[in-house]
Each structure stands twice: as C-alpha cells, then as structure tokens.
Design a protein around this ligand. Structure first.
Ligand code: SAH
Ligand code: SF4
Ligand code: F3S
Length: 475
C-alpha cells in the first residue's frame, strides 16, 4: 500500500519569490460528498483570528461532506485540533490536549483525530507527533486545508495515517465552503502569509509568503455578509498595511478600506497593522469613513531601538512614537492597543526601562504582553541570552501593572456615558448579563430587556474597570 508522507521543511518555507499568486477556484469532488452522512465533527481552535477563520473553512468543508458539527468531543467521529505555534506554551497546551484524546480513541477506535494549523508546519512538532502521538491520524498544514476531504477519505479507506504539509503556497484558493461560527461578526481574510520575518517569529514560516486576495473577491464577500445581516467584519492579515503590494498594483490598503466602507457594513475592523507602512492614505480612509471603528492595534514589541533592530522590526523607538503621536492627533477618541515582548535575548534593564517609558508615553488602552519564547528555525532562537527567567517574570509583572493602570485610566472617559454596543451574547460569568463591544473595542457587560445577539444597543456605563465596563441598556 502507498504510504507517502508530505512533510514540512522550514528551510523551504523560508524562501520567497516575487511571483504574483494566482487565484484558483475550489470544487469539492463528488466522491467526498455524503461521506460524513450521520457523523459528527468537533473542532478545537487555538491561536489567532487567522486560525479562527481557518476553522470555519474546515467546518465548511466537513459540512459539504455531510458531517454535522457538535460541541461534545465524546460524540464526535472526527476531532480536528487547529494549532498555534507562536509560543512554546501554545504548543505544550496542544500536546497535552492530544495526549488526553488517546483515551477517547481507545474507547472508540474508529474516531479520526486530525491535527492542523501552525504546528503542523514545523518539522520538530510533526516529528514529535509522529513518534509519540500515534492516536493522531491526519496531519495537515495551513496550506493543505482544502485537502481535508481527501485525507479523511483516504484514512477511512486505508486505515493508515496521512500527512500532507506543503511548506510553500503559490496560490490563493477561492470559493471554499465556510461555516461561520457567528451570525453577526465575520472574519474576512484580505491576505495570507507574512514577509516581515521579525527575528523571533515563526509565522512567516508557518503561513508562507504574503499573498493578497483580489479586491473584487474581498468586496463581494463583504457585500454578501451585509445581505446576510452581518453587522461587523474584521479584515484579517498578519500585516494589513502590506495589502496589495504583492499584486504589484496601484491599489493600497487605504483604497480597500474605502471600498469596503462603501458596502455600508455597520462596523469595520482590521488586524494587524504593522507600524511599517502605516501611510497617510490609510489614516485618511480611517478618518473619512464612520463605519471604520475607532480602534487601532499597533504592536510596538519593544521601546528600545537596539532591541527593535535585533527583532528586525524595521522601525526605531522614535519612528514608532512619532507615528503613534500622529495617529493620536489625527484620530481623536480612538483607542489604541499594542503587543509587547519582554525578555528578548539579552534585553538589558535599560532596554526594558525604554519599553516601560514607551508605555508611559502611549498610555495604551490595553496591551498583550508576552515573555520571549524561543522558536526553532528563527534567527532569535540562536541569539545568546543571559537573562534569567525570574528577571523576565518580574519585568512582565511590572509591565502588566503599568498596562492595567493606563487601561483603567483610559476607561474612565466612559463613566456615565452612553455607548453603542454590538451584542455578542450572554456574559460568560453571569447568565442575566449581556456582553458586547463598543466601537472602541471596549468589552461591556450590561443588563436590559429585549436584547438579541447582533443588535446594536445603547448602554449607559455605570461602572468602569481596567478591562471592561458595566452598564444598563437605555432604550
Ligand atoms: N502579525 C502580527 C503578530 C502576530 S503574532 C504583528 O506583527 O503584529 C502575535 C504576537 O505574538 C506578536 O505581536 C508578538 O508580540 C507575539 N510573539 C510572536 N512571536 C513571539 C515569540 N517568539 N515569543 C513571544 N511572543 C511572540
Ligand atoms: Fe510575525 Fe513580524 Fe510577521 Fe507579525 S509582522 S507575523 S510579528 S514576522
Ligand atoms: Fe499562532 Fe499561527 Fe496565528 S502561530 S498566532 S495560529 S498565524
């Protein structure tokens, strides 16, 4: 029997070419249809919004095969684990999880366990899973999602393990089925991959080169979402300001923002904007369209220019702060968040103090803070590091304390104000309380009558915390 594995190679994944990625249309082969009739699948998703959106594609494909989705792993005939590789902690969590699935597989030998996402793109992780986690039947890469029906078919036919991980992707696949997990907010990919190669980051290796979708496909997708009653889209890319550059066309992210705004979707967000190339046309588009939400995530990573250089971030402390000040001035009332890494190899006390002083300067609404995690295959993994982990933990704690202080300070402006909240559902903590987000991306928990998911309601803020607001619906 043919037993051919297609395994990942980080070396191959590192390579880039300037070719424009072709868009091709997906069609599900007839022989895969009906294969899942009467059967259930369950998906566990880790990582960023790109993974959330990919899980929706996986669900769409399985639905087309006749499977139904369930939220109980014991009931499932197929379990998909969509993994993240950005930090060691994320990987360990996944290994623990698939370790625990071994018992389920023993009780139900016909259960199929499939592992996808960014860990599947890493040589080392795939080797560990192949050797130590025999319960995993399918490993499929981020570029192989549309092969899932074929891989499931083959596992059912041959009862042998299948591994298909391409290290590179030269095309964009359109018209792939999707089952969106929410009915009021949607993720819309505008580009895939990343070419920035920040020295600490695994994403350019696990997601391949930057590939922009055609603007027509994006705008059509948003128009359909408007027709389906969606209230919000989040335009996704590792680095949305680079949109269109690989297509070698004179059409930028600013242009795309203007065109997406014309669809009249009530709320537009985007993730993530790298400080590099945050140009004036983007700022103008954001200013001129009231349905682009007043919220910008602008990762700084470090406030020290020498560390930024070692990180290969392509800006200095001064350049970042100048951009930040410009945005703050041109976009009044906006909220700003960031990402910060502490404990990058050999980060000195002074360098860390520079990060703290940048936080004092920017007074962010919130920051996602991480301790540097070594990613095999990235340049930073080979850098000498003499800083002990206790120092790194202490730095993280000091940083988090300042972040919480400014988060709280920023939230004070909402006290006693009436805000518009797009309702996500019942609060996770209290069944009588609803939750949703303001345009500034502030989480609001509130009480009120006649509230439905997807409504945009007016809420009076009665209480302000560092990371959420409490209120009462007013109409
Ligand atoms: N494309 C986005 C980031 C995606 S990863 C951007 O450039 O902003 C999300 C965040 O994870 C990064 O901003 C960074 O702060 C953090 N991160 C990435 N690699 C990391 C590593 N090796 N160790 C610790 N944090 C990391
Ligand atoms: Fe990673 Fe940098 Fe690309 Fe963001 S821009 S995904 S941090 S390499
Ligand atoms: Fe994680 Fe991959 Fe996203 S590494 S953060 S799931 S791109």
């Amino acid at each position: 029997m043919k037993k051919e594995y297609i395994l990942p190679s980080l070396n191959e994944a590192r390579r880039r070419n300037k070719d424009v990625s072709e868009s091709v249309s997906f069609v599900l082969e007839d022989r895969y249809k009906g294969l899942g009739e009467g059967k259930y699948f369950y998906i566990i998703t880790h990582g960023c919004q790109a993974n959330q959106r990919d899980s929706e594609t996986m669900a769409g494909l399985l639905h087309e095969m006749g499977y139904e989705m369930c939220d109980d792993e014991k009931k499932a005939d197929v379990i998909i684990v969509n993994t993240c590789a950005v930090r060691q902690g994320a990987e360990e969590k996944v290994l623990g999880e698939i370790g625990a699935l071994k018992r389920l597989k023993k009780e139900k030998p016909e259960l199929i366990i499939a592992l996808g996402g960014c860990m599947a793109q890493e040589e080392k992780s795939v080797r560990i899973i192949m050797e130590k986690y025999r319960q995993v039947d399918i490993i499929f890469g981020t570029h192989n999602i549309t092969s899932l029906p074929k891989l499931l078919y083959e596992v059912l036919e041959t009862k042998t393990r299948k591994i298909e991980v391409y290290s590179k992707m030269g095309e964009i696949i359109e018209d792939v089925p999707v089952t969106r997990f929410m009915s009021h907010k949607a993720w819309v990919n505008i580009m895939y991959g990343c070419d920035k190669f920040c020295s600490y980051c695994i994403v350019p290796y696990t997601r391949g080169k930057e590939r922009s979708r055609n603007k027509e496909d994006i705008i059509y997708e948003v128009e359909q979402l408007v027709k389906d009653g969606y209230k919000e889209v989040c335009l996704l890319g590792q680095n949305v300001n680079a949109y269109g550059k690989d297509l070698h066309m004179d059409y930028t992210f600013g242009d795309l923002l203007n065109d997406v705004a014309k669809t009249n979707i009530p709320r537009i967000r985007f993730m993530t904007s790298h400080p590099w190339d945050f140009d004036d046309s983007m700022i103008e588009a954001i200013r001129n369209n009231s349905n682009i939400m007043p919220y910008i995530h602008l990762p700084i990573q470090s406030g020290n220019s020498a560390i930024l250089k070692k990180m290969n971030r392509r800006y200095t402390r001064e350049e970042y702060l100048a951009l930040f000040d410009k945005l703050k001035e041109k976009l009044p009332g906006f909220s700003f968040t960031t990402d910060i890494i502490v404990g990058f190899p050999n980060e000195s006390d002074e360098a860390f103090e520079d990060t703290l002083s940048a936080v004092e300067h920017c007074k962010y609404d919130n920051a996602f803070t991480f301790i540097f995690s070594k990613r095999e295959g990235t340049p930073a993994a080979l850098m000498e590091d003499s800083i002990d982990s206790k120092t790194k933990e202490e730095r993280l704690q000091r940083l988090n304390e300042r972040v919480a202080y400014y988060a709280n300070l920023n939230n004070q402006r909402f006290k006693d104000q009436i805000v518009e909240v797009l309702v996500d559902g019942l609060s996770k903590r209290n069944a009588k309380v609803y939750s949703g987000y303001t345009p500034e991306n502030k989480l609001v928990n509130f009480t009120g009558e006649d509230v439905k998911i997807g409504d945009i309601v007016k809420v009076k803020i009665t209480e302000v915390m560092s990371f959420s607001l409490n209120g009462v619906k007013v109409e």
